[in-house]
Design a protein around this ligand. Structure first.
Ligand code: NAG
Length: 316
């Protein structure tokens, strides 16, 4: 029996199930408005039947999630439950996805990429200091807080590991998409915080060339590549990229988790903390590759979308 001591969502207008942002194997995320303030939130709706038998684990896990307070991490604001569902009320971010914004800009450099990776490292370092491993870091989970040009980047969508964390799930999410999971995860070895550092390395790789380090149409071949940590800094795409950037990535995408940089070490790497990231414009080739390799997200919560939705569906 889950007990969060609250009645089912009295403050929310309605749970708009047709406003599906995303639908995982176990849960869906919908948009909701707080009646008193008009504030919008993203609500993750988890059917309780998915949690059966794991209630005490989930309660502990949610207690930990509620402690997370970091400017680059989407906050869990509140929790409600109904007889059938658990609702996680999450801070709503409206600035769109990382890659979309890179494609849209006209000028983009290693320094920009370094400035994007730094807050991610900082946020994940914070999670690691609380003993939390994110385990599902990927570009789709990096969202801009708001549409402003100077918007900060936010890590979103924490899974509940008790519910979504089985190795099988990670294997299946990796299927057919560019892999962000560390070799030790695919090898089904015990894994730790270092898996997040690997994923940050993969994200940094893509930020500098626009294509994923591992790719094969055949999933079993893709998994083999990742298991062997078999990737290259291909010419001509990497010709103009600094050795420091390559060193940074190589030390994060290091097959042996023991030798991999921790977030703390990565934050001290000269490509992040120093001045080795180059200021040459690499927008043209990176954005061309990004457009080719990463299809546009199906659902994006742009301000325009939000405001037209609000007029049509909530205010009337
Ligand atoms: C994928 O690769 C594996 C190993 O090389 C091979 O056995 C399998 O037939 C391939 N599958 C497809 C669908 O091509």
């Amino acid at each position: 029996m889950l007990n969060f001591g609250k009645a089912p969502s009295p403050i929310f207008g309605k749970c708009l199930s047709f406003m599906l942002f995303s639908s995982g194997a176990f849960s869906e995320v919908v948009l909701a408005q707080e009646k008193a303030t008009g504030e919008m939130y993203a609500v993750k709706c988890i059917p309780k039947k998915a949690l059966r038998g794991k209630e005490s684990g989930i309660e502990n896990e949610i207690a930990v999630l509620r402690k997370i307070k970091h400017e680059n991490i989407v906050a869990l604001e509140d929790i409600y439950e109904s007889p059938t569902h658990l609702y996680l009320i999450m801070q709503l971010v409206s600035g769109g996805e990382l890659f979309d914004r890179i494609v849209e800009r006209g000028f983009y450099t290693e320094q920009d990429a370094s400035a994007l990776i730094k807050p991610v490292l900082d946020a994940v370092n914070y999670l690691h200091s609380l003993g939390i491993v994110h385990r599902d870091l990927k570009p789709e989970n990096l969202l801009y807080y708001n549409p402003h040009e100077e918007s900060k980047i936010m890590i979103s969508d924490f899974g509940l590991s008790k519910m979504e964390g089985a190795a099988n799930d990670i294997m299946s999410t990796a299927c057919g998409t560019p892999g962000y999971v560390a070799p030790e995860v695919l090898a089904q070895k015990p894994y730790s915080k270092a898996v997040d550092c690997w994923s940050i390395g993969v994200i940094a790789y893509i930020l500098l060339c626009g294509y994923p380090p591992f790719y094969d149409e055949n999933d079993s071949k893709l998994f083999e590549q990742i298991l062997r940590a078999e990737y290259e800094f291909d010419s001509p795409y990497w010709d103009d990229i600094s050795d420091s950037a390559k060193d940074f990535i190589s030390n994060l995408m290091q097959k042996d988790p023991e030798k991999r940089l921790t977030c703390e070490e990565a934050l001290r790497h000269p490509w992040i903390a120093g001045d080795t990231a180059l200021c040459k414009n690499i927008h043209e080739s990176v954005s061309r590759q990004m457009k080719k390799n990463f299809a546009k997200a199906k659902w994006r919560v742009s301000d325009h979308f939000l405001s037209s939705f609000l007029q049509k569906e909530i205010l009337h």
